[in-house]
Design a protein around this ligand. Structure first.
Ligand code: PHE
Length: 459
């Protein structure tokens, strides 16, 4: 379709999609989920989900996007019936919700960076003092949203692709450096043990849902981000191999983040269950141990690169609703971008207030059977990441296998991958999207909703 824009090459697409996948989900969320989910057991469940369920869902999303060259709402109604539009709409809404809180955390990372380089960061400072300061976190959040909007407004190849190609490799180099450093710390071995030696008794049902929610979130699945990116992919590109590279890159970076984090945490004798503060409290403490100058240098590099990782993800989150209004309502890209970014920023204000700035939002809801209240931002995360994404993923594969139909999916995948049909990969993807993924995703979705929001434990 003329005028919609395209990625200029396969590598450009991979950089952008891996940029979407690799973000706060890998570096901020993954280590603390592992910490709270009991360590290596969580990692194992997460890896199994990533390869058996998520990779096939990713292939399916990209294929739907490339086939229709449309945003999720247009794509489902093109291939199925108009009624399937709501699946796309659910994706657009999930994107709105996720970006509204994701941007807040991205703003924290960016704020840490700015305060470190301008010499305003007292390394030992309390994280709570920072997040409580509405003017500060609101200001950093606003700058972050504006940077996201700027990139998205420049379009696919000049904006999203170009930024990702620079930001992603720098991130990897820095991560490797920090991993190596963390291995040299005292007690590093204990951290590695916690991370890599599974204690199977820790695999409980909540661990399973969280691992699934984490895998979906981390791979940007279940809400149409990859349908949207897929809509800009060239017809000669191999979707299956691209998806495999994106999955490996994402899982690989999450794995590295854990490998860096747990030696750090154990070297300071801190509990790995630190939650969302792990990266914002524990890490700065470690940087401090490097001495005032080196600590600030390494710390600012780290938080700059964390901001970069987040930026290529916020860009993909914003692109979903933007592609929707550009395609379906014919509103020019620039106007769509700025209006939608402003709206999402506003929707994110309660999340900005959720970490100490307002009591109402900081203790927003107490789930049945829970001991303490959950803040608004975490609550939105539970609704969007752990609930909407697995549900969206289940419906996407059901749609592809039974409504659009597998032979159509396979025809799309054969383009750019001669020999796909009849191959082992085809059989694997088929088995996963026709049977395994729908059953597992729907059951986990239902059990999770009953357990978390209604306090009902079936098992
Ligand atoms: N995958 C991103 C991360 O891990 C978050 C994301 C979710 C981006 C859904 C796009 C869509 O940080």
């Amino acid at each position: 379709m003329a005028g919609r824009g395209n990625f200029s090459s396969k590598i450009g697409f991979i950089a952008a999609a891996a940029g979407s996948a690799v973000g706060l989900g890998n570096i901020w969320k993954f280590p603390f989920e592992v910490g709270q989910g009991g360590g290596a057991a969580f990692v194992l469940v997460y890896l199994a989900f990533a390869f058996i369920l998520c990779f096939p869902v990713m292939v399916t999303e990209i294929a739907i996007g490339r086939r229709t060259q449309k945003n999720p709402v247009g794509a489902f109604s093109d291939l199925g019936f108009r009624n399937w539009r709501w699946l796309g709409i659910m994706g657009v809404l999930a994107g709105f919700l996720i970006l509204s809180f994701y941007n807040v955390v991205a703003g924290w990372a960016f704020g840490y960076f700015i305060e470190m380089v301008t010499g305003h960061f007292e390394i030992g400072q309390h994280f709570g003092e920072f997040t409580k300061n509405f003017v500060k976190v609101g200001g950093y959040g606003l700058i972050f949203m504006a940077a996201t909007a700027f990139i998205v407004s420049r379009g696919i190849s000049a904006g999203i692709e170009k930024a990702s190609k620079i930001l992603m490799p720098s991130l990897v180099i820095m991560m490797l450096g920090l991993v190596i450093y963390s291995f040299t710390l005292p007690n590093a071995g204990k951290g590695i043990e916690f991370y890599l030696l599974p204690d199977f008794s820790k695999i409980t049902l909540p661990v399973v849902y969280r691992a699934l929610g984490q895998a979906f979130f981390s791979l940007s699945l279940g809400m149409g981000a990859l349908i949207t990116y897929g809509s800009y992919v060239g017809k000669n590109d191999n979707i299956v191999s691209s998806a495999a590279i994106i999955t490996l890159a994402d899982v690989g970076i999450a794995f590295l983040a854990g490998l860096m984090m747990f030696p750090f945490v154990f070297s300071q004798n801190l509990p790995p269950t630190g939650g969302p503060g792990l990266i914002f409290v524990t890490l700065p403490g470690i940087f401090q141990s490097l001495g005032p100058v080196l600590g600030i240098v390494i710390g600012s590099v780290f938080f700059l690169l964390l901001s970069f990782a987040a930026l290529t993800s916020t860009v993909s989150l914003l692109e979903v609703p933007v592609a929707y209004v550009v395609d379906e309502h014919k509103i020019p890209r620039k106007i769509s971008v700025w209006v939608i970014a402003a709206l999402i920023f506003i929707i994110g204000i309660p999340s900005l207030l959720s970490n100490g700035a307002s009591d109402l939002f900081s203790s927003f809801i107490t789930y049945p059977g829970a001991e303490s209240a959950t803040d608004f931002m975490t609550f939105i995360g539970h609704v969007a990441n752990d609930t909407f994404l697995p549900l969206g993923g289940a419906l996407i594969v059901i749609f592809a296998a039974y409504v659009w139909k597998k032979h159509n999916l396979n025809n799309e995948l054969e383009q750019g991958f001669a020999g796909f049909k009849g191959s082992f990969v085809e059989k694997f993807i088929d088995l996963s999207i026709s049977y395994i993924a729908p059953v597992v995703l729907l059951s986990i979705f239902i059990l999770n909703v009953l357990d978390r929001f209604f306090g009902v434990q079936v098992f």
